[in-house]
Design a protein around this ligand. Structure first.
Ligand code: NAD
Length: 694
């Protein structure tokens, strides 16, 4: 017997029916899959020769979730809950055979089966909260019943995954397949064994919905979940909703818990946060696509990496590559700097090993891949060289002239410059087609964003190679054009400038920071300045005392490192508002003849964010970003813009472009050109268009 429809196949081996789902790439629970699955289960149940059913997936994984692009839209019948209800109520035992990752609806499906067998490497998770949702097909009710409240909360709220043996220990999996390749045979044998054991009906048809044995109160687990949500998911509504649903599993009957979960899911799906998080998710995928560069574009081989400069960025970038398995050679101009850089890397790995984040063997292996040198000739074998030397055009051009002499033909040459003109840097070499910007963010071994800067003459295969390389580094790459500060820092500069104006007009730095932190950013502009250091590019000899930063530096308030900047800091680096800063601010306002006034939180927010939105529109107008959603990806991954607001372009669209244009026009009347509205923004506001969809 073989009956096949588009995505679901039904076979039989003796008394065992095998339902195979085949919906590449990840067997998402599409309408066709749901319908096919119900019908296959019904047919197997109706077949008198069948006594048990194995549910297995083709391809690289068990069902790994829903199709994100289907969310937020009406879904065709049957919905997943009805499918799971049919499976759980089936009169014949259904065994889920899991490989790869059973995520979201995949784990929910496995839990609605009566038994679960998995490969040794199979992973289980319920990542819906990362999309502003909760599990919507019984996950919040069945997982506490199957594995207890603590495990359920750690998967649902914290996004943890259970892998291999941990899944069995937690009770999610009943049996392990003997290997990665033998799942189908092992699952059939498992089903036959079930039938042979003469189990009582409630064990043969183990229905998780009817179980209460593991439903014990666990206040500590709820506390831990709330603490995680407060720290890591600040501002988001889904985590608390998920917690409420798991709590309902403890004190309400299954059907009621399920109804609460359903209502909550629908509310979240229709709400603004999930919409924004889904946008952020899809935007990240979209960012990988570059017009004119496709699968057919060749990529260059990158195995050996060279880095110039062993400062903050050079060492961070080196670790990003060492972590990903690349051999790295760092070349420095100065012996002490080289020793310091090597020391930073050694200390970081020793720290990671001591904290148990990586094994000692892994730490040793990473360090073993590192070579350091004072000679550019040692970069001759590198397939890619990244320059992270001082931020001046003379230094950059000298470095690239030297690289031009030693690098092998076809090697990629990249600059990590923050602001400088990459075309001018490329002109210092005889091979501008091989040159591009790779703008990492500090700390480069941690921050996920990578701006891939495409200069005028950068070859398409160089860009394709950089985008592919970013994946190997587990970074999120966004391709941008040459502009002062590229996309991220260019918009940031606008915000920093407006924040300073607000302070001179009447706000205090801590007012501005408070408003932006409440908005959802990890820190405000002045906290950020203190962290970075106020003396970047400052020296006592050349200081003109014209800016707040210069005046603070002159008083030796150079940021967190001197325990004083805009804020005063204690030894734990906790900042408090500083009377000295207040005095400096007041003096400067007076000198500039500004009559200080009370400034509302709304004004602070508008004046910090709307000019950034305008700058984003200008970047799009100039073609320096490929699409508006790329700007969102930059800001979410590089600057901590809350993903649940979708990024600055999406947030602007949701706020209403006409509202933003009207406010900018109002501010322009009193504050001038800094608030000028770019044509694109005005036109989109008039036409009802959206920045994030450009
Ligand atoms: P840094 O001062 O910490 O390090 C620069 C290092 O380069 C120094 O150790 C110096 O000795 C070395 N160097 C200078 N000239 C050299 C040469 N000709 N050959 C070899 N080595 C040389 O600076 P950083 O913060 O690491 O910044 C490096 C680059 O990265 C700059 O272009 C900067 O704008 C950019 N960047 C910095 C950050 C950041 O947050 N610090 C972020 C992104 C990009």
């Amino acid at each position: 017997m073989t009956v096949a429809d588009e995505v679901v196949t039904l076979d039989r081996e003796g008394e065992i029916a095998i339902v195979t789902l085949d919906n590449p790439p990840v067997n998402a629970t599409s309408a066709a899959l749901r319908a096919g699955l119900v019908s296959a289960i019904e047919r197997a149940c109706a077949d008198a020769a069948v006594r048990a059913i194995v549910l297995i997936c083709a391809g690289r994984t068990f069902v790994a979730g829903a199709d994100v692009s289907e969310l937020g839209k009406p879904r065709a019948e049957p919905d997943l809950r009805a499918v799971l209800e049919a499976i759980e109520s089936a009169p014949k035992p259904v065994v889920a055979a899991v490989h790869g990752t059973a995520l979201g609806g995949g784990l929910e499906l496995a839990m609605a089966c009566h038994h679960r067998i998995a490969t040794p490497s199979a992973a289980f998770g319920l990542p819906e909260v990362s999309l502003g949702l909760i599990p919507g097909a019984g996950g919040t009710q069945r997982l506490p019943r199957l594995a207890g409240v603590a495990t359920a909360l750690s998967l649902i709220v914290e996004g943890k995954r259970l892998v291999g043996e941990a899944a069995r220990a937690a009770g999610v999996v009943d049996a392990r397949a003997s290997g990665e390749e033998s799942l189908r045979a092992d699952a059939i044998a498992f089903a036959r064994d079930l039938l042979a054991r003469g189990l009582p009906p409630e064990r043969l048809l183990r229905r998780v919905r009817d179980e209460t044995g593991r439903l014990a109160p666990d206040p500590a687990a709820f506390d831990a979940a709330r603490a995680h949500a407060a720290k890591r998911l600040r501002g988001q509504v889904a985590p608390e909703c998920a917690i409420a649903c798991v709590a309902a599993a403890l004190d309400r009957p299954f059907a009621e818990g399920l109804a609460l979960e359903r209502a909550t899911f629908q509310e979240l799906e229709a709400g603004p946060q999930s919409k924004a998080l889904r946008h952020a998710f899809l935007a990240e995928r979209e960012a990988a696509k570059i017009p004119g560069i496709g699968r057919e574009t060749p990529t260059r081989t990158v195995e050996r990496v060279g880095i110039v400069g062993a400062g903050t960025m050079g060492t961070g970038i080196a670790m990003a590559f060492l972590d990903a398995g690349f051999p790295v050679t760092i070349v420095e101009a100065k012996e002490e700097a080289l020793a310091r850089g090597r020391n930073t890397i050694e200390t970081t790995y020793a720290g990671s090993a001591a904290k148990g984040r990586i094994g000692q063997g892994e730490a040793d292996a990473r360090l073993g891949r590192l070579a350091t040198s004072l000679a550019y000739e040692d970069l001759a074998q590198a397939d890619l060289v990244i320059e992270a030397a001082f931020e001046t055009m003379e230094v950059k051009r000298a470095v690239f002239a030297a690289l031009d002499r030693v690098a092998k033909p076809g090697a990629l040459l990249a600059t990590n410059t923050s602001y400088l003109d990459v075309d001018a840097i490329a002109a210092a070499t005889s091979r501008p087609q091989d040159l591009l910007g790779l703008h990492f963010f500090s700390p480069a071994n941690i921050m996920k964003l990578l701006e891939v800067v495409r200069a005028q003459r950068t070859a398409p295969d160089a860009i394709a190679t950089a985008m592919a390389l970013a994946k190997r580094l587990r970074k999120v790459a966004v391709c941008v054009g040459v502009a002062h500060g590229f996309v991220g820092n260019r918009m940031l500069a606008r915000r920093q400038a407006e924040a300073t104006h607000l302070v001179l007009e009447g706000a205090m730095p801590w007012d501005v920071d408070r408003v932006l932190v409440a908005f959802g950013l990890p820190m405000g502009p002045f906290q950020m300045s203190d962290l970075a250091g106020l003396d970047l590019g400052w020296s006592r000899e050349t200081s003109k005392g014209e800016t707040l930063k210069e005046r603070l530096c002159e008083r030796d308030r150079r940021g967190q490192k001197t325990r004083a900047g805009f804020y005063d800091y204690d030894d734990a680096r906790r900042g408090t508002p500083s009377p000295v800063t207040e005095e400096i601010v007041h003096a400067m306002s007076a000198e500039k003849g500004i009559a200080r006034r009370a400034i509302s939180d709304d004004e602070i927010l508008e004046r910090c964010l709307y000019p950034m939105v305008a700058e984003g529109a200008r970047i799009l107008e100039e073609g320096k970003a490929i699409r508006g959603s790329d700007i969102d990806v930059v800001w979410i991954n590089g600057y901590g813009f809350p993903a649940w607001r979708g990024g600055p372009m999406f947030w602007a669209d949701e706020t209403g472009l006409p509202t933003i244009v009207a406010a900018l026009d109002r501010y322009a009347a009193t504050h001038g050109d800094a608030y000028a509205v770019p044509d694109l923004l005005r036109r989109l506001a008039e036409e009802g268009g959206r920045l994030s969809e450009r």
